[in-house]
Design a protein around this ligand. Structure first.
Ligand SMILES: Cc1ncc(COP(=O)(O)O)c(C=O)c1O
Length: 337
């Protein structure tokens, strides 16, 4: 198995979100926005990555956060928001649109029109970051002097949260294949979010929008549809739910740690546990071609933690509950796992 080290995309805060934010925050700057507004679960890496990189650009980050089960990493993420001065708004369920509408109204009254970045940074603009990634890794596998030089990336495993990573990659590999007249590299998205968030109709729409955006920018980009992709959405690893650690995800995180990779249990641990399950079940064989595991989690040191008092009251209780269940695992010191 090969590992694509997307944990190293930025020394400030890396992971898959950086590839999307390159384009999303680029849009914010081009449109001279002074505020961005995004969404996520309490422990959302996307919400934190957006806050870190927006702050670095002098843009005020607002996030609408949705409840999730207590987990070992969520408290640390929230304390990092406290340190960054992220403006946190709370939603009651997964859908934060009503809360976001309220926040936008208030910001407009203050004279700010935020760029609204969808959950996970997933829209056509964000997905372009992963179209690029497919071109990048395909070129890397052609570079001389590598173990697998000359082989195409056979099958990529990524966590499927909001599917921007997976669909961006699948579109990118389909484009590479069309241009180079070779077979399309497969992308397996291991679903980690509820089916309302990650599903095939959404994947189809995102594919169409991403290809349309790229073709509007460059008419020579291949005219691809969903059926041209080699994309598979795997549902069977989702239970017992978003962010809930299991023996399998914990074992995958430990296995990776022994090889020097810092994974977590919500996304990357689940995706790696799917690779291991597919090896065990015989679904992955040498004929599948090289397996590319995308390490989408940040491995840079965490932003320094702020005081719990800076968090809204329900989140103060939530971080205390996480500490009770999992220990504070360095969250107060801002230490990466
Ligand atoms: C570490 C990590 N990997 C993967 C994902 C999922 O990416 P996507 O939302 O593009 O499916 C996320 C989303 O927050 C993440 O934080």
């Amino acid at each position: 198995m090969l590992v694509k080290r997307d944990d190293l995309t930025s020394t400030r805060y890396g992971g898959n979100k950086v590839r999307k934010l390159e384009f999303l925050l680029g849009q914010a700057r081009a449109e001279e926005r002074d505020v961005v507004l995004t969404f996520g679960a309490y422990g959302s890496n996307h919400a934190l990555a957006t806050a870190v990189h927006a702050r670095a650009l002098g843009i005020e980050p607002h996030v609408v956060l949705s409840p999730q089960a207590p987990g070992p990493f969520a408290a640390r993420t929230l304390r990092a928001h406290a340190g960054l001065g992220t403006v946190i708004h709370l939603a009651e369920g997964w859908d934060g649109t009503r809360e976001a509408a309220r926040v936008r109204r208030e910001l407009r009254e203050r004279g700010s029109d935020p760029l609204v970045i969808p959950m996970g940074g997933t829209n056509a603009t964000g997905a372009i970051g992963y179209v690029n990634a497919a071109f990048e890794v395909s070129a890397q596998m052609r570079e001389p002097g590598r173990d697998l030089t000359g082989t195409a990336p056979g099958v990529s495993y990524v966590p499927g949260g909001t599917l921007g990573t997976a669909i961006g990659l699948a579109v990118g590999f389909a484009a590479v294949a069309r241009i180079d007249q070779q077979s399309v590299a497969r992308v397996v998205a291991v679903r980690v979010t509820p089916g309302e968030v990650a599903n095939e109709p959404f994947a189809r729409t995102l594919t169409a929008e991403t290809v349309a955006l790229l073709r509007s920018l460059d008419a020579s980009f291949p005219d691809l549809g969903y059926d041209d992709l080699a994309f598979e959405l795997r549902d069977e690893f989702f239970e017992p739910g978003y962010g809930v650690p299991t023996h399998q995800t914990e074992a995958a995180v430990e296995l990776a740690a022994a090889r020097g990779l810092k994974l977590e249990t919500t996304y990357t641990g689940k995706a790696l546990s799917a690779v291991l399950a597919d090896v065990d079940s015989g679904r992955l064989t040498p004929e599948s071609g090289p397996v590319l595991f995308w390490d989408t989690y940040n491995s840079a040191p965490y932003p320094p933690a702020g005081p719990d008092e800076a968090l809204p009251a329900p989140l103060r209780e939530y971080v205390a509950e996480c500490d009770r269940l999992f220990g504070n695992s360095g969250s107060r010191m801002g230490v990466a796992p």
